[in-house]
Every structure is written in structure tokens, then in C-alpha cells.
Design a protein around this ligand. Structure first.
Ligand SMILES: O=C(O)CCC(=O)C(=O)O
Ligand SMILES: [Fe+2]
Length: 292
């Protein structure tokens, strides 16, 4: 029997090299709440704190050590293209929605670094999601005045594309800017200070139905006023992402084409409402002070 299964799998892969690498979804539908409850309960060493239950937003005061964070930054910079590059992103009107700088940790030098591997494995344990479901880390740098406007990390539903949607979003702060640089959740008016070593985890798919986006997780990186913000971000998909993207080079099959910064309505029964969108992008004032 195993031979037949084996041939079936080999045939499937030959015919559909960019088909789903693993048919088992990371988290069973309805299980998202349990992941967050356990993340907040089972890892006291990370000093977790539940900041919101709808949507789930859990912060960890001590997600990584100083040595690990230094190691991750050094590993990203040790890559051939190891400099931060400007991550300019415009919306449909040509307005800048993001003025940060970034480095992708996407070469063996960085991906196989012991500190990077340890961080990704910790994140996999906390989210009960295979490490292969995680995108590569992206390191972010915001100098004074730089920001990332209100957006949602949703890039498609849970079963779209071979890797499925982004189930979890994760940010680890690698520095503590003196002023500004907070992570602001606009729909629930929650503002989190960027503090070195602290991390935040939230879902980008709906806890009720993974085919739908989580509509209450719009967030922004408030402009840095003084100092510099460094962070590492990644997203964990419902299905294996790395085997397809990194091992099999299947970039085209990975997700629906939806602008990552499109603002979504606040309820699944509500149609897109321009006024409300305008509202939400003004959730922090132009001078970067958070309206709390
Ligand atoms: O810099 C942050 O705190 C958040 C970054 C972010 O939202 C993203 O990269 O999608
Ligand atoms: Fe984001």
C-alpha cells in the first residue's frame, strides 16, 4: 500500500510541482483561539500578555535575547546584498504608504544562521505551525520620519494558492526608538511601544473562517520621531510556503494577487466603504502622535 501511496505522491509532484506541498492545514478551523490562549499560557519565559481577544493580539515582552537579536541582524547584513534598501510602496493614488527600509533574510547565509533558525523554531512552537509555513524574515529599519501606514497583511484566503493565506503575522522589535515607531492597531485603537526584544503576534485570517480575512487587524508603524526602529517581521501560512518558494521556485502559485495594503471593510457583511477607509488612515495624526 505504501508503494502505491508513494507512486501517487511522486506522480502528483511530477504533474503538479507547485501544488500544495502538504495537504494538512497548520491549524484546524476553529483552533485559532486555542493557539493564542496557549501562547499566552504555556510560554511564561517569553512574558506573554493578551492585549486583545477580538481579534487576538498577544504581545511577548521577551521573545528574543540580546545575543539572538544581534546575531539575526549580523546574519542579514552578512548577505551579499546585506544593506537596507528603501521599501517604498505607493497606493493607487501614488501616495507613499510605506517609507521604511528592509533586508530580506532569504539566502542560506541568513536563513541557516543559528540565531535565525532558533527564532523561527520558537515562533513555530508558539504558533503550533510548522516552520516550513513561515515566509523568510524581513528586517525593517525606520529612521526618523519613516513609517508604514495603516494596512492589513492579508494576501488571500486560507485556501488560496498552494501555500494558503497568511494565518499569523509576527513582529519582533530589535530596537527601542526614543519616540514614535509604535505598532498601532487602528480597528481596536491599540498602541504598542516598540521595545527591543518584545514581539507581537496576531492573525491575518478570520478566526471563524480561514477563507476570510481578519478585518480588525489593520495596523500601522507610527512615524519614528526620535531614534531608530529596527524590527523583524514574518508571516506564517496555513500551508507549507518554504518547500514551494525556496526549494521548488514556485513563486507564481503562492497566493492571490491582492494589494497587501488594501484596506478591508470592518465586517464580512459590509461592502467596501470609502468613507470608513478614509477614517481609518487618519487613526494616527500627521505629526505621528498616536491618538489613544
Ligand atoms: O514595523 C512594524 O511594527 C510593523 C511592520 C508591518 O506591519 C509589516 O511589515 O507588515
Ligand atoms: Fe503589516
Amino acid at each position: 500500500r505504501s508503494t502505491i501511496v508513494g507512486i501517487g505522491e511522486a506522480l502528483r509532484r511530477a504533474l503538479l510541482p507547485c501544488g500544495r506541498a502538504n495537504e494538512t492545514a497548520a491549524t484546524a478551523a476553529g483552533g485559532l483561539g486555542a493557539v493564542f490562549v496557549n501562547a499566552a499560557k504555556d510560554f511564561p519565559e517569553l512574558s506573554p500578555r493578551v492585549l486583545s481577544r477580538d481579534p487576538w493580539i498577544v504581545a511577548f515582552q521577551e521573545f528574543a535575547s540580546d545575543a539572538e537579536m544581534d546575531g539575526i541582524l549580523a546574519a542579514a547584513r552578512a548577505q551579499t546584498r546585506g544593506d537596507f534598501v528603501q521599501s517604498l510602496m505607493d497606493d493607487e493614488d501614488g501616495d507613499v504608504v510605506r517609507s521604511s527600509q528592509h533586508i530580506w533574510c532569504d539566502t542560506p547565509t541568513c536563513m541557516q544562521d543559528a540565531d535565525v533558525v532558533r527564532l523561527m523554531s520558537r515562533l513555530s512552537t508558539v504558533t503550533r505551525t510548522p516552520a516550513a509555513n513561515a515566509e523568510v524574515l524581513q528586517l525593517l529599519r525606520y529612521d526618523e520620519g519613516q513609517r508604514y501606514d495603516v494596512h492589513n497583511d492579508y494576501t488571500g484566503g486560507g485556501h488560496d494558492g498552494a501555500s494558503g493565506g497568511r494565518l499569523f503575522s509576527f513582529v519582533l522589535f530589535l530596537s527601542s526608538p526614543e519616540e514614535g515607531g509604535e505598532l498601532h492597531f487602528a480597528d481596536v485603537n491599540l498602541t504598542i511601544r516598540a521595545e527591543r526584544g518584545a514581539a507581537v503576534l496576531w492573525p491575518s485570517l478570520s478566526a471563524q473562517d480561514f477563507d476570510l480575512p481578519e478585518l480588525l487587524s489593520h495596523h500601522a508603524s507610527v512615524p519614528v520621531r526620535r531614534g531608530q526602529k529596527l524590527a523583524a517581521v514574518t508571516w506564517l501560512h496555513l500551508y507549507d510556503w518554504r518547500t514551494l518558494q525556496l526549494d521548488r521556485g514556485c513563486a507564481e502559485s503562492l497566493g492571490a494577487i491582492i494589494p497587501p495594503f488594501a484596506l478591508l471593510p470592518r465586517s464580512h457583511t459590509q461592502t467596501e466603504d470609502a468613507d470608513e477607509d478614509a477614517d481609518r488612515s487618519e487613526d494616527y495624526s500627521d505629526d505621528g502622535r498616536v491618538s489613544d
